[in-house]
Design a protein around this ligand. Structure first.
Ligand SMILES: *[C@@H]1O[C@H](CO)[C@@H](O)[C@H](O)[C@H]1NC(C)=O
Length: 228
């Protein structure tokens, strides 16, 4: 195997990043003049399917986000679409994040998931219940997160209008800035912001455990490291 590929595959999945699976196919598709040319590049039937359930994190606890996008499914190159499955175990959440290059719609297949969204300074924070068949929209750049309130698993389907939507987990992002300025942004409060930053879970599979209220209600143990 190519040394670069070996290196990329060995990176820990701590940041929920999709590694480009077949960059040369993306490149060829971008250069294709016609749909006929695309078919010559996507020559096998298997180039036209993406199996969400066979992805390594699909069944991961406490939950997972599996993206079919240009990185993972090259047939989407130039199509302007990402489709994702969101599996949220009991009380699992997708931590606060935004998509810099896409509007996102999410429809619940099963479960009862609450989502929160805020688009810019001055607008109100929108919160909705995503029960079976209910969809919401997170316009491009809006900060949003969601939690499965149930003690049963929830599943949702997420669609984004870019094959390279990008995801920014804002808590993890905030603590990449200088510790002194992060502390200042908190009003130089008597708060150990550096330790606080180290405690933020990496969104390895896209999902984290949700609130104590839910975990307690469902008789689940909070993961070590959250408890004081
Ligand atoms: C979903 O959960 C919320 C509380 O989080 C509750 O108010 C609502 O009744 C639930 N909806 C259904 C259909 O169970």
């Amino acid at each position: 195997m190519l040394p670069l590929l070996t290196f990329l595959l060995s990176l820990p999945a701590t940041l929920a990043i999709d590694t480009t699976s077949r960059p040369s196919v993306n490149a060829e598709l971008k250069l294709a003049a016609t749909n006929l040319d695309r078919h010559h590049i996507l020559a096998k039937d298997s180039d036209w399917t993406f199996d969400f359930q066979s992805r390594p994190n699909y069944h991961a606890a406490p939950g997972s986000v599996i993206n079919a996008n240009a990185a993972t499914f090259p047939a989407l190159t130039g199509v302007g679409l990402t489709l994702a499955t969101l599996n949220l175990g009991p009380c699992a959440m997708l931590p606060p994040h935004l998509h810099p290059r896409a509007t996102n719609v999410v429809v619940a297949v099963k479960g009862n998931t609450t989502s929160w969204m805020v688009g810019e300074n001055g607008v109100r924070t929108v919160s909705v219940q995503l029960t079976e068949g209910v969809m919401t929209i997170f316009p491009a750049g809006t900060l949003h997160f969601m939690q499965n309130n149930d003690c049963q698993p929830a599943q949702l389907i997420s669609a984004l209008n870019s094959e390279d939507a990008g995801t920014l987990n804002i808590l993890n992002a905030l603590w990449t800035f200088s510790p002194e300025t992060v502390k200042a942004a908190f009003g130089n409060a008597e708060l150990d912001t550096e330790t606080l930053g180290q405690r933020i879970p990496q969104p390895g599979t896209g999902a984290n455990l949700g609130s104590f209220e839910c975990l307690k209600r469902c008789g689940l143990d909070a993961r070590e490291g959250i408890k004081e």
